[in-house]
Design a binder for this molecule. Structure first.
Ligand code: NAD
Ligand code: UDP
Length: 314
């Protein structure tokens, strides 16, 4: 019952580590802190079942002792981060995925890959189900992330088929919650930070592009259930409630009481026009669906960012 969580000091990885510990696992977190932070796991330092090693999983590494599960979450995930770290992102999706699959093979451990809805690119069908092959620009700026994750999925399936590794693939849709990094450039930290500091919200394009936001505890429950299943093909995990970015901005304004309004900035290249998960498979296979509404999750996340701002002011 010892799990290796790569990217365990990141936003999702730290919550997943909490969930695994709660379920009785020991957790070894491997993280190079490229986009994560020790603060995300500071509360686990006193738990003797939790260990963190600073490690770049694109480089060869070894883990002593038994391992029951390898969960590969290490990767920059925010567009601003992966555009800043393009080669690192391709390497953690390729070399990092290979190294972690090898670890799972060596230890006879279960393997879970954190993949992404970005595999669907700028989708031509909506909602996106797992059978859709996607619409990805293979050489655009976002390709460093999209193609890395598509390669990760292909490698994971190959290790399952050719090497018998017991693998799973989660296609994660936009997830939010406490421990997102202020300044990671994703829409929620940007909007909440702007709202709390009296700046207008930075809406890209006309704001009519859509996303579907899942609260982190829901996502983590889905990942945990997927780890317990023996389904090898990709499974979407996300919240099917779709909204435009303008609607999302209104929700942030309503939740924070901001009076600063919005300003419109250029849409990033290849920004997907819409995104909404079809979660029929996760419902049927895992008995899973999101429970936390945006009206519940957003105030908790705003409180977290308020706390950060207060701590910064001392
Ligand atoms: P994050 O940036 O908060 O966490 C990623 C973690 O990986 C960080 O702690 C970072 O330091 C670590 N990392 C990066 N490169 C590494 C390397 N070479 N070696 C070791 N550690 C490394 O991002 P997140 O939102 O927590 O995302 C976690 C995973 O979930 C990622 O694989 C991401 O692609 C996937 N995902 C997240 C979302 C989302 O909305 N949060 C959506 C789709 C997919
Ligand atoms: N976005 C925005 N303002 C911001 C940051 C993002 O309007 O300050 C938009 C972005 O163009 C995209 C959506 O919000 O359409 C979600 O962006 P994010 O970077 O959070 O994640 P993505 O789904 O693009 O990976």
């Amino acid at each position: 019952m010892r799990a290796v969580v790569t990217g365990g000091a990141g936003f999702v990885g730290s919550h997943l580590s909490d969930r695994l510990l709660e379920a009785g696992w020991e957790v070894l977190c491997l993280d190079n802190l490229a986009t994560g932070s020790e603060a995300n796991v500071a509360h686990l330092r006193r738990d003797s079942r939790f260990e963190m090693t600073r490690c770049d999983v694109t480089r060869p590494f070894s883990v002593a002792g038994a391992v029951g599960a390898v969960l590969h979450l290490a990767s920059p995930a925010s567009p601003v981060d992966y555009l800043r770290l393009p080669i690192e992102t391709l390497e953690v999706g390729s070399l990092g995925t290979r190294n972690t699959l090898e670890l799972a093979r060596e230890k006879g451990a279960k393997y879970l890959l954190a993949s992404t809805s970005e595999c669907y690119g700028d989708p031509e069908v909506s909602p996106q189900s797992e059978t859709y092959w996607g619409h990805v620009n293979p050489i655009g700026p976002r390709s460093v992330y999209d193609e890395a994750k598509r390669f990760s999925e292909a490698l994971t399936m190959a290790y399952h088929r050719a090497r018998g590794v017991d693998t799973r693939i989660a296609r994660i849709f936009n997830t939010y919650g406490p421990r997102m990094r202020l300044g990671d450039g994703r829409v929620l930290p940007n909007f909440v930070h702007q709202a709390l500091t009296g700046q207008p919200l930075s809406v890209y394009g006309d704001g009519r592009q859509t996303r579907s936001f899942c609260y982190v505890s829901d996502l983590v429950e889905g990942l945990y259930r997927l780890l317990g299943s023996s389904h090898h093909e990709p499974v979407n995990l996300g919240n099917p409630r779709e909204m435009t970015i303008l609607e999302f901005a209104d929700k942030v304004i309503e939740c924070t009481g901001s009076k600063a309004g919005m300003r419109f900035l250029p849409l990033p290249v290849d920004d997907p026009r819409r995104r909404r998960p079809d979660i029929a498979k996760a419902k049927q296979l895992l008995g899973w669906e999101p429970r936390v509404t945006l009206e519940e999750g957003l105030p908790k996340t705003v409180d977290f960012f308020r706390g950060l701002a207060q701590a910064a002011r001392g």
